[in-house]
Ligand binder design. Structure first.
Ligand SMILES: Nc1nc2c(c(=O)[nH]1)N[C@H]1C(S)=C(S)[C@@H](COP(=O)(O)O)O[C@H]1N2
Ligand SMILES: [Mo]
Length: 201
């Protein structure tokens, strides 16, 4: 990603990858699994993605309908609040702009909802403008259930707790509604370049 780190302003960059690691983070080569509960298993013939809330007509996609939408391949760096950063992760999925195409909404916030009850909130404009996707492939293969398969939200410019695994719904809201971690001490926004880890950061 073409990140220009605020933290490196005026400093000489010695190597390309260190300039991509936000403050307080270290590089991770593996792919740790972080889940607040057990891994839910939803059969694909019952899988459904929904956009509801402040929208005239809720939108729903079955698995086949979702796969028929325009697909994008994305290579991005991801940052977990537990301090690991993984560079150049490869995903495939559908951009939120595609899901919201033609939607007229006054909503300024969104709550992502997952199987198992996990939620996470963001301003709507943090997931539009080609900044977020619902992804179903990682590294050229079907997304592993532990990493959120069949499909998860991917919001790479915010800490990874915003990237809801096993996402089934995006609820458009007029008022911000803090999600699971946001009501349990994590920062409401979560920008890794500003180290917005916890409440008060
Ligand atoms: N549904 C759901 N999504 C979730 C979580 C969770 O517990 N449940 N954990 C979040 C947190 S805190 C992180 S760091 C990332 C971890 O993603 P990974 O397990 O693929 O590394 O998923 C996020 N999405
Ligand atoms: Mo996390």
């Amino acid at each position: 990603m073409a990140f220009i780190s605020r933290g490196f302003k005026g400093k000489r960059r010695t190597d390309a990858s260190s300039s991509r690691v936000p403050p307080g983070q270290h590089l991770e080569n593996g792919f740790p699994v972080l889940s607040a509960g057990p891994t839910p298993r939803v059969p694909l013939d019952r899988w459904m993605l929904t956009i509801d809330g402040e929208i005239d007509q809720p939108r729903n996609w079955t698995w086949d309908q979702f796969l028929a939408l325009p697909q994008e391949e994305i290579t991005v760096d991801i940052h977990c609040v537990t301090k690991w950063t993984k560079l150049d992760t490869r995903w495939k999925g559908v951009s939120i702009d595609t899901l919201l195409e033609g939607v007229d909404t006054a909503a300024e916030y969104v709550l992502a909802r997952s199987d198992g009850g996990y939620t996470t909130n963001m301003p709507l404009d943090e997931i539009t403008g080609h900044k977020a996707w619902v992804v179903h492939e990682y590294g050229g293969e079907a997304l592993h259930p532990e990493h959120g398969g069949p499909a998860r939200l991917l919001v790479p410019h915010l800490y990874l707790w915003k990237s809801a695994k096993w996402v089934w719904g995006l609820t458009l809201l007029n008022e911000d509604q803090p999600g699971f971690w946001e009501t349990n001490g994590y920062n409401n926004h979560g920008d890794p370049w500003r180290e917005e880890r916890y409440w008060g950061d």
